[in-house]
Design a protein. Structure first.
Length: 367
């Protein structure tokens, strides 16, 4: 998706200037032209000087006197007013340049959402178009006071808020192209069982299937690399009552983190309300709903009773991890990651190769 709108001419010619030149060329006096149009000389002077607008009604009068089309003058006036407003706004934007400099504009250009702006005013204009708002104040209300204010971070948000808003907006725009059936909680939960069986497969196998199955159950899944200023693994939000969005960044790049993040975000859809945005960041203290999502994802991937039985045996070598993973129908990396998270084995475990690494391809957001 590329937004192509931008500032165009940096000049504007008032229709009155064109009209005055036209009258001089045709030999009209201003007083005579005023009489023919049925208005005062003062009004004609105001139009010629740009202090009065050429209304549609007066455009029709001009067309009768000068034998031109009313559309000629009416369109000329509309274009002038638009260009004049653009020039005024460009001047205003130049005074607000600092706001735009806090965004990673280069990332939006690189990902095809905006064209490279030529100056600060074009940068602000492009950002407002990208976010779908008309003014900087509207952006502050929509994103600063509504979206981010209603978000629940898994930890104290250390990411830059403008960067987070940008990443979330990218997800929203990407999700527009994902057609989804109306959300049904029971059907989605059943679909997650199917997704669990994919944890041991390669991305070429599971990625599109993950997107398709979730879409059939009311959830758009978007893979999007994080951008500068964010430390996000995933996010969940409702775009409308019957359509949810899960965003995945592959921040940690290993299969245990990827699948845990996916099912963690899915838990928010199943367990929590539709009015909040759930942002999964990397460090810090966890709130109640994030802890609930963590527990649900852990137990869904590896049922608690079976996991505790495995832990009680205390045999965490490569062979036993693979056997237990096969019994549970999940990837070995998920078992190893769970053991590492609970500090039962070291993060630098000799069998870390059990955890497969995922990367985004250059040509598209894909694992």
């Amino acid at each position: 998706m590329t937004i192509t709108k931008g500032f165009q001419p940096d000049y504007c010619v008032a229709p009155g200037e064109v009209l005055e030149e036209y009258l001089d060329t045709r030999g009209f006096t201003k007083a005579g032209f005023a009489r023919d149009c049925g208005v005062s000389s003062k009004h004609i002077h105001q139009i010629l000087n740009g202090r009065a607008a050429l209304t549609p009604k007066f455009s029709m009068r001009i067309s009768r006197v000068l034998h031109t089309s009313p559309e000629l003058w009416n369109n000329m006036e509309a274009n002038y007013r638009l260009r004049f407003a653009r020039k005024q706004e460009e001047d205003e934007f130049s005074q607000q340049a600092e706001w735009a400099r806090e965004f990673d504009v280069s990332a939006l250009v690189q990902r095809g959402f905006i064209k490279k702006p030529g100056n600060d005013a074009e940068k602000i204009d492009a950002l407002l178009c990208f976010f779908g708002v008309g003014t900087i104040d509207a952006w502050s209300q929509e994103y600063g006071q509504r979206l981010l204010a209603h978000s629940r971070q898994s930890r104290t948000l250390k990411s830059d808020k403008k960067a987070v808003a940008t990443w979330l907006r990218i997800g929203e725009l990407r999700a527009q192209s994902v057609e989804t059936a109306p959300y049904d909680k029971t059907d989605f939960q059943e679909a997650l069982q199917q997704m669990r069986t994919l944890t041991g497969t390669d991305p070429d196998t599971f990625q599109q299937k993950l997107v398709d199955v979730c879409a059939k159950n009311g959830v758009a899944v978007v893979f999007e690399p994080e951008i500068k200023g964010t430390r996000l693994s995933g996010a969940t939000r409702w775009l409308k009552p019957e359509k949810a969005l899960i965003m995945l960044s592959l921040r940690h790049k290993t299969d245990d983190h990827f699948w845990f993040t996916f099912f963690h975000e899915a838990a928010h859809i199943l367990l929590h309300g539709k009015t909040q945005v759930f942002i999964d960041e990397s460090d810090g203290a966890m709130n109640k709903k994030e802890a609930e999502a963590d527990e649900w994802a852990e137990d869904f991937l590896i049922p608690r009773k079976e996991y505790e039985t495995f832990v009680d045996k205390g045999r965490f070598d490569r062979k036993n991890i693979k056997i237990f993973a096969r019994e549970q129908g999940v990837a070995p990396g998920i078992v190893l990651g769970r053991l590492q998270k609970e500090k039962l084995v070291a993060w630098q475990h000799k069998d870390n190769d059990l955890k497969r690494r995922f990367e985004f391809r250059e040509e598209k957001a894909a694992v």
